[in-house]
Ligand binder design. Structure first.
Ligand code: AMP
Ligand code: MG
Length: 313
């Protein structure tokens, strides 16, 4: 049985001993391990069932540690760190030779982030080193935004989970790659707007294409086990079925089946999305219907996750 705790010293001891730890961050809960301990890193891949071709993000206490992992921190990277760290931004930078290639999935680049969550900050300060912390869910399932979700994902383990309450951002970090010889790229959308990142960079961000490998960004991901359909026009027949569940974006219609309305404000919606999916997915419904939010930049990360979680009706 997993152990949910607020005992920081005990959690630090676990990580030092090479054990895994459920760690709260402001984005989602991570499955943390000492990034400098190859055996501990291997346990992360094994417990998640994550392919070793999918690299991990190294979480640091502050930007001054970036040079211990990155071979080069260019001025553009420094500007983004100053503007958005601690916070939901991951930077992909050239890796130092010492960084284990099991962390980077064999690449010569490393992904770094300084999380803002006070419990993550306290843990990283006490630990002193870097922690890999991919989302604390089994491969291809929904990212956890509470300690209870993590316990549910790894119910048959003795994982310790540092309880930091519900995640405030609720979606995975924005990932920007800044590699020599390539334009800055947005590898994954998060709740930081592209415009705010570009304003600090002083140039436009390229998309994922251009031949650059963006590992781990599979189309199907973050998916409930209930067949899930996303719609613009509600399918009226389904509203009469008690076996259909509903996730609304501010325009809920009356339904026979269970419904959650996350509202029409992007930040609040994002913060509640995964918890709503956990709740509805646990009901053993025949189908889950999700109302698509407006096609606006502020909803970009939500649209990205919904496209991975559902099929378009
Ligand atoms: P997560 O699954 O939220 O821990 O995020 C990890 C994701 O970060 C991976 O799936 C990649 O998309 C991205 N990533 C991590 N390291 C690198 C890297 N060195 N180069 C490119 N993308 C990376
Ligand atoms: Mg994940």
């Amino acid at each position: 049985m997993p152990i949910i705790t607020t005992d920081l010293a005990r959690c630090v001891a676990r990580v030092r001993a090479g054990d895994l730890l459920g760690m709260p961050t402001e984005t989602v809960y991570g499955l943390a391990a000492d990034a400098a301990n190859a055996e501990a890193v291997a346990k992360v891949f094994a417990l998640k069932g994550r392919p070793s071709s999918n690299p991990l993000i190294v979480h640091l206490h502050d930007a001054s540690q970036a040079g211990q992992w990155a071979a080069e921190v260019a001025p553009a990277a420094q500007r983004l760190m100053a503007a958005f760290w601690p916070g939901p931004l991951t930077l992909v930078l050239p890796a130092r030779d010492e960084v284990s290639r099991s962390v980077t999935a064999g690449q010569d680049s490393v992904a770094l982030r300084v999380p803002a969550h006070p419990s993550a900050q306290a843990l990283l300060a006490a630990f002193g080193g870097g922690l890999v912390a991919p989302s604390a869910n089994r491969y291809m399932s929904i990212s956890p935004t509470s300690a209870a979700h993590v316990a549910q994902q790894f119910a048959d383990s003795d994982l310790h989970i540092l309880d930091g309450g519900p995640c405030q951002v609720g979606l995975e970090s924005s990932i920007v790659s800044l590699l020599p010889g390539d334009r800055p790229r947005l590898l994954r959308r998060g709740m930081l707007s592209q415009a705010s990142l570009e304003a600090v960079l002083g140039e436009a961000l390229e998309g994922q294409d251009g031949g650059v490998r963006a590992p781990g960004q599979h189309h199907r991901h973050y998916a409930p086990s209930t067949p899930t359909l996303a719609f613009v026009q509600a399918p009226f027949e389904a509203l009469a079925s008690p076996r259909c569940g509903w996730l609304w974006c501010g325009q809920a219609l009356l339904s026979q089946g269970p419904a959650v309305d996350l509202g029409d404000e992007p930040q609040a919606y994002a913060a509640g999305l995964y918890a709503a999916l956990y709740r509805l997915d646990a009901l053993g419904l025949e189908r889950l219907y999700i109302q698509l939010p407006p096609l606006q930049d502020a909803w970009g990360a939500v649209h990205d996750r919904l496209a991975r979680a559902s099929q378009r009706l």
